[in-house]
Design a protein around this ligand. Structure first.
Ligand SMILES: NC(=O)c1ccc[n+]([C@@H]2O[C@H](COP(=O)([O-])OP(=O)(O)OC[C@H]3O[C@@H](n4cnc5c(N)ncnc54)[C@H](OP(=O)(O)O)[C@@H]3O)[C@@H](O)[C@H]2O)c1
Length: 290
């Protein structure tokens, strides 16, 4: 598959020895409603993935829990054999129940099974980056990650994983993970209106660790703010463009993984994220989540 040589907004970032574009793609929205089951239009879902790679995106975020298995299978169907530059980041630590819930599954045997399931569904011998997903669907929860994270370290030492990260993590859990083994990324909820992790973003930037916000556009509830709409109207762009551009301006270690089931929205988001925000725009936007 041909990839674009055009530089994507934000340029590149190194996840350990793996280079990724800061503009990535989150695959969760490709599964059916409630992130359960297949999409209504499987061809359209595969076309979104191909459009991302053709635009030059080299970072796709996924999980075998999406569907479950659905997004990983779509990624394999659309993109395997993978372009050498493509990095697929997955996560383990949660599974799905029959009601669409996300029960935690972080015992050593759960994690070993999930790593092998991700390898099989993605058609890979080694996973580029695996995030240990902590907490619950309601958010992070305090508690030691040692046993679970050490299990992933063992799997990395066996050659099944290149790099590790954590997701839905508290600051204490990030510190604990780093005391056990290097991490290349933290994937937590963060956007213009949800800035609980502001200090963590800056700390990780100083340590060369990527911060990958999930729900960069608000997730299942689109970001709504009169300040955001006002800046977007003044600049003649959409609120989504401003929200993505703001994240790229916020810190050089922020990687974008906006989700969409639409190739048109994907192209809009790539163009929008390249918006250059003025100091006046940034000062106004900074008030939203404060
Ligand atoms: N670690 C975790 O626990 C966790 C949790 C949640 C998500 N994630 C990851 O984070 C990624 C991003 O999160 P997300 O996809 O849930 O939320 P998001 O990126 O904040 O927002 C996605 C929503 O925005 C809409 N959208 C995107 N671009 C648009 C545009 N240009 N115009 C209008 N609507 C647009 C999408 O609808 P359309 O499909 O109609 O475009 C979709 O409903 C996921 O794909 C997943 O990989 C991780």
């Amino acid at each position: 598959m041909s990839t674009s040589s055009a530089r994507l907004p934000g340029g590149n970032w190194a996840l350990g020895d793996l280079t990724v574009t800061r503009f990535g793609y989150g695959a969760m929205q490709l599964a059916g409603p409630g992130v359960m089951g297949p999409p209504a239009d499987r061809d359209a879902a595969r076309a979104v993935l191909r459009a991302a790679v053709e635009a030059g995106v080299t970072h796709i975020d996924t999980s075998d829990a999406y569907g479950p298995r659905v997004t990983n299978e779509l990624i394999r169907e659309a993109l395997h054999p993978y372009p050498p530059s493509l990095r697929i980041v997955t996560k383990v630590g949660a599974t799905r129940d029959g009601h669409g819930g996300w029960p935690t599954a972080r015992r050593p045997e759960d994690l070993r099974r999930q790593v092998h399931e991700n390898l099989a569904s993605l058609g890979l011998d080694v996973l580029d980056v695996v995030n240990l997903r902590l907490g619950t669907a309601e958010g992070p929860q305090a508690g030691s990650l040692a046993e679970a994270f050490e299990t992933l370290v063992e799997l990395r030492e066996q050659g099944l994983i290149r790099h590790l990260g954590v997701s839905n993590a508290t600051v204490e859990q990030v510190v604990e993970a780093r005391s056990i083994a290097p991490i290349v990324c933290v994937q937590n909820m963060y956007n213009l209106a949800h800035r609980h992790d502001d200090a963590l973003v800056d700390t990780l930037a100083g340590q060369g660790v990527a911060y990958v916000p999930f729900f960069p556009l608000g997730g299942f509830t689109p970001l709504q703010s009169s300040t955001l709409s006002g800046v977007a109207a003044r600049r003649g762009v959409t609120p989504m463009a401003v929200a993505l551009a703001w994240l790229l301006h916020r810190s050089p270690n922020i990687l974008l993984i906006p989700g969409t089931s639409s190739a048109a929205h994907l192209r809009e988001n790539i163009a929008g994220a390249g918006l250059s925000l003025s100091p006046e725009d940034l000062a106004e936007l900074d008030q939203i989540g404060r």
